[in-house]
Every structure is written in structure tokens, then in C-alpha cells.
Design a protein around this ligand. Structure first.
Ligand code: FMN
Length: 175
């Protein structure tokens, strides 16, 4: 893949909130995770686990932890889990699992786009309720819910982003 192809992929990825009424093949979801697992992590501790929900009962339960209606229409949800017993903790106490999860979930969303699928990060869910519903152990935190399916619209319409000039400074911090 050359730079232009990579840039096309990252520009194509967007937060999909409208899915086709169509199941996603399990193999396709596994392909996406098979690419995502090459993500870097602090100390290579890989403090993550991905719980894939496709069956109606459990899917509906987890979908109840995030209210917007569009979320109920996702044919599958991947729960991105951080294992705090596996994550790297810096000397000052900062647990890096959020950083590691951010990277792998980004890999996942890009791999999904490359595979014709749409995803959306969801963090505004009731994490406490989700943890209870899924009977997760104490050390395991649901960090994000990732609905995944075939997007109704395959390409982003309009991506509003800061300009490169305002995002970057050289040699000295300037804002
Ligand atoms: C850490 C994180 C949390 C997010 N949480 C939510 C969320 O709870 N609900 C939602 O609809 N979108 C959520 N988003 C999606 C953002 O709104 C979206 O990425 C942003 O508006 C940029 O749009 P784009 O993804 O289409 O490029 C989240 C994104 C990130 C990275």
C-alpha cells in the first residue's frame, strides 16, 4: 500500500451510525481483528480482549447501555475490554491501557473500513451496567462499544478537522 492508498483509507473511515439490515459474516469480523492485533502496546503487554456480540439476547442487553436509537440497529457489537492486570503502569502510576486500547481500536476501525464494514466508537455508554450485564471480572473494564456492520453509506460525507498548521508546531509549542 502506498501513501495515497493509506490516506484514502483513513479519509474513508468515518463513524457509521446507519447500517444495512444485513448480518456480518463472522469470518469478516475475525479478519478485522486479525489485522488489529498487530497494534503496538506499551511493553507489548497487549492488555486487551474483544467480546463479539451477535446473538439477539445479549446484543439487546448491551445495546440497552447506550440510548441512541441508531445503536439498536447495529447487527453486531464488539466490546473492547481492557485488562488492568495486564496493562503497563508507568512509575508515576499512569495505567496505559486506555492508550493501548485506543490504538488497537483504531486499527480495528481502519481494518473494518478496508473490509467494506462500518464502525463507530461508542464511549458514552453505561460502563458500570455493561460490566455487570457481561459479568466481567473486577480487573476487566469495558472501554468502548464498537457497533459493526455494512454501512448504509460507504464513504464519509464531510470530515471536519483542524488544519495542519493549527495542529502542528515545530521546535517550540505554539497554539
Ligand atoms: C474515544 C471516542 C469516543 C467516542 N464516543 C462516541 C459515542 O459515545 N457516541 C458516538 O456517537 N460517537 C462517539 N465517537 C465518535 C466521534 O464522535 C467521531 O469519531 C468524531 O465526531 C469524528 O467523526 P468521524 O469518526 O466520522 O471521522 C467517539 C470517538 C472516539 C474516538
Amino acid at each position: 500500500m502506498n501513501y495515497n492508498e493509506f490516506k484514502e483509507l483513513v479519509e474513508k473511515r468515518y463513524s457509521v451510525r446507519k447500517f444495512e439490515d444485513r448480518k456480518v459474516e463472522k469470518e469478516k469480523i475475525l479478519e478485522v481483528l486479525d489485522a488489529a492485533r498487530f497494534a503496538p502496546s506499551a511493553h507489548n503487554y497487549q492488555p486487551w480482549h474483544f467480546l463479539i456480540l451477535t446473538e439477539k439476547d445479549i446484543l439487546e442487553k448491551v445495546q440497552s447501555t447506550f440510548k441512541p436509537q441508531w445503536f439498536k440497529a447495529a447487527p453486531a457489537v464488539i466490546v473492547a475490554l481492557a485488562d488492568h492486570e495486564k496493562s503497563w503502569v508507568r512509575d508515576d502510576g499512569k495505567d496505559h491501557s486506555d492508550v493501548d486500547l485506543g490504538i488497537i481500536v483504531d486499527h480495528l476501525t481502519l481494518a473494518a473500513t478496508a473490509n467494506g464494514l462500518g464502525t463507530c466508537w461508542v464511549c458514552a455508554f453505561d460502563a458500570k451496567k455493561c460490566k455487570e450485564l457481561l459479568e466481567l471480572p473486577e480487573n476487566v473494564e469495558p472501554v468502548a462499544l464498537i457497533p459493526i456492520g455494512y454501512p448504509k453509506y460507504p464513504t464519509a460525507k464531510n470530515k471536519i478537522r483542524e488544519d495542519l498548521e493549527t495542529m502542528v508546531s515545530w521546535e517550540e509549542y505554539k497554539k
